[in-house]
Design a protein around this ligand. Sequence first.
Ligand SMILES: Cc1cc2nc3c(=O)[nH]c(=O)nc-3n(C[C@H](O)[C@H](O)[C@H](O)COP(=O)(O)OP(=O)(O)OC[C@H]3O[C@@H](n4cnc5c(N)ncnc54)[C@H](O)[C@@H]3O)c2cc1C
Length: 395
Amino acid sequence: MIEPLALQPLPESAEALRTDVRRFLDGALAGVAPDERARSWLGFDAEFSLALGARGWIGLALPREYGGGGRDAFARFVLVEELLARGAPVSAHWIAERQSAPMILRYGTEAQKRFFVPAICRGELFFSIGMSEPQAGSDLASVRTRATPTATGWRVTGQKIWTTNADHSHYMIALVRTSGAPEDRQRGLSQLLIDLTTPGITIRPIEDLTGDRHFTEVFFDEVDLPHEALIGSEGSGWSQVTAELAFERSGPERIYSSMVLLEAWLEFLRASRSDDPAAIALAGRILVHKATLRSMSVAVTAKVGAGGSPMTEASLVKDLGTELEQFTPIAIADAIATAQANAAASARSEGGATEVPAALLRTLAYITQFAPTFSLRGGTREVLRGLIARGLGLR
Ligand SMILES: Cc1cc2nc3c(=O)[nH]c(=O)nc-3n(C[C@H](O)[C@H](O)[C@H](O)COP(=O)(O)OP(=O)(O)OC[C@H]3O[C@@H](n4cnc5c(N)ncnc54)[C@H](O)[C@@H]3O)c2cc1C
């Protein structure tokens, strides 16, 4: 196990949580293969989420008044770091805890806060994010899904796509047009809390390159929602969604997507007593980059904890984190292949190559196939770089 790379130490009170989380994960993840753990925040396991909720580990940094743990952002950082580094299946509650609950607490009515947030913290209520549409991804302001006011609330017609877990979630927070036309861009957008069991909603899973089905397309055909479905105020959807994306981009998850692969590879090097200088240099290179990114991620956490919305800084960590996460499987594949080829070349004199464990190869294959999504989800590389340039006053 790689120890947390404490270039930037966390407060002792937060670190104190680490031992308990590790002990819990030792039991919960015993015998789970690395290629399954590598899925982590796409690993859907409602029972696991309930078990975390029972320990008070969902909504750790949310107010106690609404069922949260009342801890600070650093405690949550430690928890999330351990869950992701070990490859815990956090997908069921992930979006609800990371984005939906903070959103509802910031913009929701008192009734919405009391209804949704405690159930999210218990690990009972799962959410999805309905932003992207077939013609609106990076250019999110051009969403066409429309909600028209009715006597009883809103009638929604349109389509969302790439919606993670909509087929397993209870609710979606959707960005929709409530007034004006698509040409009005940011004006006239609102967010709705949509109960996904409402008549008129069709959800179809989409299979990705790895064969997994974690995202979906969602169709709304004259779906009637009550007035209370509106979150925040009508027409403020754009500023709300921008704040929501800051929650999405500010966590440490952007530097741990390939951690299980890295651990599995290091374990193989240790087990095979490798003294291959190229492999050792690569491990050092990855760890040094990860340590630096972790320090940056801790700094972003400090800003979020102080009530800020560090959009530029979070975008920078996500972009640099994505670079490392996409480099890691390619570099490890090269290192394994080179080591095997060298060993095979000297096989006649020294007895041949150490067999690479099948679980490591499966993990490598999964991360290699999944890695292209790292620079798409949560905002593409090019879009983030545009945001960073704007934040630095360069455009
Ligand atoms: C695993 C995964 C999970 C996802 N989950 C969700 C979810 O739960 N909810 C949700 O709403 N969405 C989700 N998405 C969708 C994701 O947010 C979009 O894929 C992303 O915003 C990009 O949009 P797009 O796919 O339409 O690509 P496009 O916006 O069409 O971009 C295509 C390419 O063009 C580039 N490009 C676009 N505009 C510019 C520009 N102005 N300047 C320079 N380059 C540009 C992009 O960087 C990209 O390389 C998910 C995506 C993935 C991969």
